[in-house]
Design a protein around this ligand. Structure first.
Ligand code: S3P
Length: 261
């Protein structure tokens, strides 16, 4: 028994050293993010993370715990992203834009890069109501759905660092802009009607488009909503011809520039 306690005590000393070194390492993460912010160097650098993993694997060589240690480092890197995001954004990021403008895809990309919580407004509503969006529209009508959206946005004011992918029509109510801006920035994603059509043409879960699946209708509705989208947006990013990493980087850069104003 005494022997066991002795080993545990030694392990405790190891933990102390690990904690000390993690604190030092996390301090460096903060230094790096400050440096990137000041110099305008891209925040997301996937090639650097890959390089880091290769260096680690080489260092560990045929270490008997290589697999386990590499797994631990995955969490270290994940948490570095969290520290990075905390120092970048102390508010919610609301993604708005027309159906098919890429809100959900970009929200997933940002979550991956920033380790911030990701919320899909439509999913929240579906879960709470126990009904699909199409069924809510069919049974209770659009105005009822819009009330659910406004209530969801009020509920989301409790969040502090979340990425929220909003339903495409959220901007149409003026009060919704206030709900979003209370603890957040609004990012407008845009795309050409032709691009939108290509992205949504096979989906059947958007009641507004279900009997109007064509470029002309999309163009017309988009132009009706354009002024509202623009009035609500803190920043705007076009998604045509760009990949998710490029869009995420552009959002991050533009938000930092806005915060530094
Ligand atoms: C709507 C957009 C949809 C969904 C509902 C209404 C709209 O969300 O909220 O079908 O009015 O633009 P997505 O933009 O995520 O498709």
């Amino acid at each position: 028994m005494e022997k066991l306690e002795e080993i545990r005590a030694k392990m405790g000393e190891c933990d102390d050293k690990i904690i000390d070194q993690l604190v030092v390492r996390m301090g460096y993460v903060q230094e790096i993010i400050e440096y990137k912010k000041q110099t305008g160097i891209p925040i997301i650098q996937p090639e650097q993370e890959k390089k880091q993993t290769d260096v680690l694997a080489a260092k560990l060589g045929d270490n008997e715990f290589e697999e386990e240690i590499l797994d631990i480092f995955k969490y270290i890197v994940k948490n570095s992203r969290k520290i990075q995001a905390k120092s970048l954004f102390d508010y919610n990021i609301f993604l708005v834009g027309f159906m098919g403008s890429g809100k959900s895809t970009v929200a997933a990309g940002l979550k991956d890069k920033l380790e911030m919580e990701r919320i899909e407004m439509d999913e929240m509503i579906v879960k709470k109501q126990g009904m699909s969006i199409a069924d809510i529209f069919a049974e209770y009508g659009e105005a009822y759905f819009r009330n659910l959206e406004s209530n969801t946005l009020i509920e989301l004011q409790k969040k502090s660092q979340a990425i929220v992918s909003c339903g495409g029509g959220v901007v149409m109510r003026e009060e919704n802009a206030d709900h979003m801006k209370k603890h957040g920035r609004v990012v407008l994603l845009t795309a050409k009607p032709e691009t939108i059509y290509e992205r949504v043409k096979d989906s059947t879960d958007r009641p507004i488009l279900n009997n109007n699946m064509n470029v002309e209708f999309i163009e017309e509705l988009m132009s009706k909503r354009k002024a509202r989208y623009e009035a609500v947006a803190d920043i705007t990013v076009s998604t045509d011809g760009k990949n998710v990493v490029q869009i995420c980087e552009e959002i991050i850069t533009k938000l930092i520039a806005l915060d530094n104003k």
